[in-house]
Ligand binder design. Structure first.
Ligand code: ADE
Length: 256
């Protein structure tokens, strides 16, 4: 997968050199390219913002540098212009914004199947709205929010989304099962969070690991995990349980 990130703070993305994503980049699974929006400004001060039309507080990001940046970055599709007969990859533009659609694991699953994502990180009061409208004439555009709070800019939201999507790419995680058992994973876990986990030693500071996990009885372990997951979801995320279709609950679940 290719991911382009346009930002006025390319240094913000240092963490993408580390851990799973760093390895995925080194092995060629993930091609992340960082772009400094200011390279598409033409004045002495590399201006990227201006006062909002209609008045009000703060500054708005100017459309011209964004338009040029998106034109330049999307002019060079991954794999070249496509083999004879094959259409070149189309980028999907992601605009992180607190006014966007809430980003969920289902978005991550869908985005992980795309060949090419472009993230446009806004700062200040946001990017002039014509940028999204203009880009939408050439590529799909999605406004996504990572939660009901306001960050100082789209950079940290982009880090969150890039990490969530990247770990789903084939070859990034050692064990594919761990994705299926994650909280929110499509399937059995869709409306549940994961329950508690334990490792050795079996007793630590007097706290014991639940005996069923040492029993070797896989059926009993699966049932215990589901019960714990239901309990934790009821405690921390009752909203998820309320949205769970009734047929997803078995008889034993209803007793938990
Ligand atoms: N930019 C500022 N706040 C944000 C949020 N909650 N999600 C995505 N982008 C943002």
């Amino acid at each position: 997968m290719r991911i382009d990130i346009i930002t006025i703070f390319p240094d913000y993305f240092g963490p993408l050199e580390l851990s799973l994503i760093g390895k995925a980049r080194a092995s060629g699974i993930l091609d992340v390219r960082l772009h400094d929006l200011r390279s598409w400004t033409h004045d002495r001060h590399n201006t990227v913002d201006d006062t909002p039309y209609g008045g009000g507080p703060g500054m708005v990001m100017k459309p011209e540098p964004w338009g040029e940046a998106l034109d330049a970055v999307t002019a060079d599709p991954p794999g070249g212009a496509g083999q004879a007969g094959a259409a070149p990859a189309v980028p999907r533009l992601i605009l992180p914004t607190p006014s966007g659609v809430p980003f969920t694991q289902a978005h991550a699953d869908r985005l992980a199947a795309e060949p090419w994502l472009v993230f446009a990180c806004g700062r200040y009061e946001g990017i002039d709205s014509r940028v999204a409208r203009d880009a939408a004439q050439r590529m799909p555009v999605e406004e996504l929010s990572i939660g009901d709070y306001v960050l100082a800019g789209g950079e940290s939201a982009t880090l969150v989304m890039v990490e969530t999507v990247s770990r789903l790419l084939p070859g990034v995680l050692g064990n594919r099962d761990s994705v299926d058992q994650d909280s929110f994973a499509t399937g059995e876990m869709q409306h549940l969070v994961e329950g508690p986990v334990y490792t050795k030693p079996a007793v630590w500071r007097g706290h014991e690991v639940p005996p069923v996990l040492l029993s070797g009885n896989h059926g009993a372990v699966d049932r215990w995990r589901r019960d714990e997951s239901l309990r934790k979801t009821a405690r921390n995320r009752p909203d998820l349980l309320e949205r769970m279709p009734a047929e997803r609950l078995d008889r034993h679940d209803r007793e938990v």
